[in-house]
Design a binder for this molecule. Structure first.
Ligand code: DGJ
Length: 338
């Protein structure tokens, strides 16, 4: 009887205790506003669920950031592919705004189709939110982008079309919005390298190629920092991490320098893969954040994130060893702890 009571008490304690430290998939924990980024750890949203926004992209609308990514939470209906949306004022505490895409395979694709790496652009003229994502079949042979459109940042996004940008194969995609507001798609064109191409005025098409960087890289991301363009990407090793690299150029057209490592080779980018570079222009400092995915292919719902402020400038870029850190979203200043 004693042990039954003990068991009951333990169960009750586990159910109501607000600080259970483990988040697996969708098991919620109490959200306590955080002031510290903890790279590689479970990252609870405001409902206490681990953030599901893998292979993601971020846009800023006024003072709110929106993070879109692959929703890979537990218990999803396998018939659909989902894109999640989160919002935040500080890039650290995120509110889940819902699954803004819940899609069946478009036209001739079959049940095992792939929707990866969603990126949303806001078009100020049409006031529409235009989402690009990688569309593929299970063998990654289709190699297209899909477009879905919404009137609001948090959806619902309606699928419009899928195509090969400028007629080229396109697998991993990245987004880049330059300081003058021009929007670009970065896409991996397997036979040749990766391309950076400007979107059309309404963002509903990929219009003009800026460059073909002849390097076989995916997870492509770009930042414009102190008059120089920096591009980063990973090698093509599926879900396995590899040493990510960077290159620089004075203009998007190039010439791009040889690619160099962004972290000690043996760390394989600390087990992560690039997905975006976020520039925070503060009142005192401009900080560039490396946004990377730590994939867990067998338990995708538990895939993590490594975000770290980069050491960047004068043509050099370096990802410091991931450690807890703080960001002052107003001043742009950062502090790496320990
Ligand atoms: C690597 C890509 O970067 C990911 O987005 C995903 O497509 C995996 N390959 C699939 O193996």
């Amino acid at each position: 009887m004693k042990s039954v009571n003990y068991l009951l008490f333990s169960c009750l304690f586990i159910i109501i205790h607000p600080f259970s430290p483990v988040v697996k998939g969708q098991s919620p924990v109490k959200h306590i506003a955080s002031d510290t980024f903890k790279p590689g750890e479970v990252w609870p949203d405001k409902d206490g669920n681990h953030i599901q926004a893998h292979g993601g992209g971020i846009i800023r609308i006024k003072n709110t950031y929106f993070w879109y990514g692959e929703q890979r939470g537990k218990g999803l209906d396998p018939k659909y592919r989902y894109v999640s949306c989160y919002s935040s004022k500080d890039l650290l505490n995120w509110k889940f705004r819902g699954n803004v895409v819940k899609m069946l395979p478009p036209d001739s694709l079959t049940a095992y189709w792939v929707l990866e790496r969603p990126k949303v652009f806001y078009n100020a003229k049409s006031k529409k939110y235009i989402m690009y994502f990688h569309v593929d079949d299970r063998n990654y042979k289709v190699a297209q982008v899909g477009i879905a459109v919404s009137d609001k940042p948090d959806g619902e996004y309606k699928f419009v079309k899928r195509f090969r940008p400028l007629g080229h194969e396109s697998r991993d995609i990245g987004q880049f919005i330059d300081d003058d507001g021009t929007a670009y798609l970065v896409f991996e064109d397997r036979p040749f390298g990766f391309r950076i191409a400007r979107l059309s005025d309404d963002y509903m098409d990929v219009e003009k190629e800026m460059t073909l960087v002849k390097a076989h890289m995916e997870g492509g991301a770009i930042v414009h920092y102190n008059g120089l363009y920096y591009s980063i990407g990973s090698a093509l090793t599926g879900w396995n991490a590899n040493p990510n690299k960077y290159s620089t150029a004075p203009t998007l057209e190039g010439p791009w320098t040889e690619f160099k490592d962004i972290a000690p080779v043996k760390t394989n980018t600390y087990g992560s893969q690039s997905t975006m570079l976020i520039k925070v222009v503060g009142t005192k400092k401009t900080t560039v954040i490396f946004m990377g995915d730590v994939w867990k292919p067998k338990t995708q719902y538990d895939s993590r994130y490594i975000w770290m402020p980069l050491e960047i400038g004068d043509g050099k870029l370096w990802l410091p060893e991931p450690k807890p850190w703080k960001l002052n979203i107003k001043t742009g200043e950062t502090q790496i702890l320990f």
